[in-house]
Design a protein around this ligand. Structure first.
Ligand code: GLC
Length: 749
């Protein structure tokens, strides 16, 4: 095994050329030094390996590969195992196709349902996003392929994505947008992190030293390479100085010359080049010479099985689903024949094969003696829709159940642009309502990358199966669920609102004049809807099953000054096997900040046979108990009461238990400029100060604070002003001596 070359063996020119791609998809190589190229390729739900024309928009051909369920579906699975299974299989396919670093997963947050790329992200919730991404990265890298965690950070829209500044306050950045990245980086150590196109508070991510060095490396200990999004670098030396190791795409003669020039001009230390080059060289650890072969058929079956865990049964009145033996059904809609199963843009996969829902339903129908008819019903952008609708309505009169395949056309949502509305195309809503007029029962199956509003037809149908985008095996998965061969177990990872105007980002998305202000702060998604008590059509976490579950015996243990452990027992009380998601939320009012009414604090997904029970343990660490303190610039767990809630969605709590937590010991930094109220409330100085005040002015500041006697006003004044009003009767140095020796040995943050 030839030893890996050291950076010091390379010339400045060679080192500088390592810092920009040699081609669109690979790094520089020096065969004489035993340095091979490292190949990078999209994408998060399937390998997009381009051997001829290259692009980062999904335009040119790529090699056939399995199109697994995109992140929107994996997010709806709420399953670490599902996320890990995708990562494991992608590692095999990436190696088979000669890819060393796979450009995924994406953990940006679905701040608005209008996000064009929401299909490529897991959730509106930072914890759900981070936990699933962690599982994916761990298994992908265990298979020998490096991950590229993206897009770092606050790239939560497509509008003006190359130039817009995401203006986000520090606490929101930390508790929401940085949070999934921090979890994945500290838990699963991705080989690379991809910086985003946008600015964060006015500074491009690619040139943001606070982001790429101070937070990523110094705070979180990231040791991998930072790669740019394709074309995200403006000036290579400035990006290098900020901590950006690998500029993509290549080739990059100008960038290389600029780096050499900056070193020779003394603007950048050569040591900076050495460090970056060393991190790029270290990616060779993922270079896969042995081209393992992939079992494409087995991966297609896997894609099918995973898709089943992702689809969300939203509504199922009178047990309309699964379809009964001997029934007659009418299948309506072009998506039943030409399914939408993935998103557009750089993540687009050349699928090895695609299951057609109608075909898969016909196969099952034969086994269940079900009659299946089909009517087009609508065609995206067709002038024939009135005729198509009339034919479908006529056919609907003859069927027991009508199953409409609807959803967002590809033209409505993709990387590169955001959506303008939440509604389904009019041709579809008109069709659904027309069918509901005549049909005995109506089922709607949805295929969409981001949530759609169900208003205008929701109450007129009997069942709704939200498939989102399920990958190439989605057609079979949907058929299996409709016919009851599989039991749905997906849960919403994104709230379905009633109206767009009810969503927290509505007033600020997608921004103006180069800025988008994250005005909702930490109240993103379900945190807002629940805290503001806004009605939604279906809440975060909602999802039905063909069986039933009971949840009981919640026990909460305080395992440390900043951590809890919740245990609960779940039983399958129905007549068929099924999977259940235990959702644990946390509610507290402690600390000096406004907190969401509850936040997702942990979850687990378990499979249960009929009658089977399982004890589920969910750990709640300081990441969920804490808040980001903008003065102390760190996560702080405040002492006080915390309520652990086990829920079936963000809106419906099943069990709860409140516990006392010590929290972090925070030496109070009282000064004479601090408010008098802070002094009176301090556990050490307060009692002595009150006694001295009682003696001096006959009032200890304990009178009822009704404002009439001036106590409230006094509490709000700086201590030194009160001391001067008291004319020296209380000595400032004495006061300061009371708090000079902070207690030690207690729980430090
Ligand atoms: C694209 C995407 C990024 C992708 C890269 C390479 O613009 O933003 O997710 O990995 O370029 O295609």
């Amino acid at each position: 095994m030839t030893p890996r070359p050291r950076v010091t063996d390379l010339t400045l020119a060679q080192k500088a050329s390592l810092l920009t791609g040699a081609t669109f998809w690979s790094t520089a190589s020096f065969s004489e030094l035993g340095i091979g190229e490292v190949v990078l390729a999209d994408g998060p739900n399937g390998v997009r390996r381009q051997l001829q024309g290259t692009d980062h928009l999904g335009l040119y051909h790529s090699e056939p590969a399995t199109c697994f369920p995109p992140a929107v579906a994996i997010g709806s699975s709420w399953s670490r195992d599902v996320a890990a299974a995708v990562g494991r299989a992608l590692a095999i396919e990436a190696r088979a196709l000669g890819v060393d670093i796979l450009l995924g997963p994406g953990v940006n947050i679905k701040r608005s349902p209008l996000g064009g790329r929401n299909f490529e992200y897991y959730s509106e919730d930072p914890l759900l996003s981070g936990v699933l991404a962690s599982a994916y990265v761990e298994s992908l890298q265990a298979g020998g392929v490096g991950a590229s965690l993206k897009h770092f950070v606050a790239n939560d829209q497509e509008t003006d994505r190359m130039v817009i500044s995401s203006d986000v306050d520090d606490r929101t950045l930390r508790e929401v947008y940085l949070a999934p990245f921090e979890r994945v980086i500290t838990e699963s150590k991705p080989a690379t992190v991809m910086c985003s196109y946008n600015k964060i508070n006015g500074i491009h991510a690619a040139e943001n030293r606070w982001l790429l060095n101070d937070v990523l490396r110094e705070e979180w200990g990231f040791e991998g390479a930072v790669v740019s999004d394709w074309g995200a670098i403006r000036t290579r030396p400035a990006a290098l100085a900020a901590g950006l190791d690998l500029g993509m795409p290549g080739p990059g003669e100008f960038a290389t010359a600029a780096v050499i020039g900056a070193v020779e001009a003394g603007e950048i230390d050569e040591a900076t080049v050495d460090d970056a080059a060393a991190r790029v060289l270290a990616l060779a650890a993922y270079s896969n010479s042995d081209r393992s072969t992939a079992d494409w058929d087995a991966h297609h079956d896997l894609a099918r099985r995973l898709a089943v865990e992702c689809a969300v049964l939203l509504k199922n009145e009178n047990n309309t689903l699964p379809i009964n033996q001997g029934a007659s059904i009418l299948v309506v809609g072009e998506f039943a024949k030409e399914p939408r199963y993935q998103g557009g843009g750089s993540s687009h996969v050349n699928a090895t094969r695609v299951d057609i829902p109608l075909d898969e339903m016909r196969i099952l129908a034969e086994e269940c003696d079900v009659q299946v008819a089909f009517a087009q019903g609508f065609q995206t952008d067709s002038a024939e829709n009135e005729t198509l609708r009339a034919h479908a309505v006529a056919a609907a009169r003859l069927a027991d159940t009508v199953i409409v395949f609807a959803g967002n056309p590809e033209s409505e949502e993709s990387e590169g642009f955001d959506r303008s509305r939440l509604e389904l195309p009019e041709s579809q809503t008109e069709l659904i309502n027309a069918l509901a007029e005549v049909a005995r029962r109506v089922v709607v199956v949805l295929a969409n990358g981001g949530v759609v509003t169900l208003e205008g037809w929701h109450d007129r149908v009997d069942a709704i199966l939200e498939g989102f985008l399920l990958g190439q095996g989605g057609g079979k998965a949907i058929a299996d669920i409709l016919f009851g061969a599989e039991n749905p177990s997906g849960h919403l990872a994104e709230t379905i609102p009633v109206r767009l105007e009810d969503t927290p980002a509505w007033l600020t998305f997608p921004g103006e004049q180069g800025h988008v202000r994250y005005g909702e702060g930490v109240m993103v998604g379900h945190r807002y809807f629940v805290t503001a008590d806004r009605p939604v059509r279906y809440p975060f976490g909602h999802g039905l099953s063909y069986t039933t579950f009971s949840t009981d015996s919640l026990a909460v243990d305080v395992t440390a000054h900043d951590s809890l452990e919740a245990t609960v027992t779940v039983t399958n009380t129905g007549s068929r096997a099924g999977a259940h998601v235990v959702q644990v939320y946390l509610s507290t009012g402690v600390g000096p900040v406004i907190r969401p009414r509850r936040i997702l604090a942990g979850f687990d997904k378990i499979h249960l046979e009929p009658g089977q029970s399982k004890h589920v343990v969910v750990e709640l660490d300081r990441r969920v108990l804490g808040y980001w303190d903008i003065d102390r610039k760190q996560l702080i767990v405040s002492p006080g009461l915390y309520t652990v809630q086990v829920a079936e969605s963000a809106s419906t709590v099943l069990l709860e238990q409140t516990v006392e937590v010590d929290g972090d010991f925070l030496p109070v930094t009282l000064t004479l400029q601090s408010e008098t109220g802070s002094w009176l409330d301090d556990p050490v100085a307060g009692p002595q100060l009150r006694a001295r005040m009682q003696a001096v002015i006959g009032s200890s500041g304990e009178e009822p604070v009704d404002g009439s006697d001036g106590t409230a006003m006094m509490r709000g004044m700086p201590m030194n002003q009160i001391l001067s009003i008291l004319g020296g009767a209380i000595d400032g140095d004495w006061l300061l001596s009371l708090v000079a020796q902070p207690e030690t040995g207690r729980n430090q943050p």
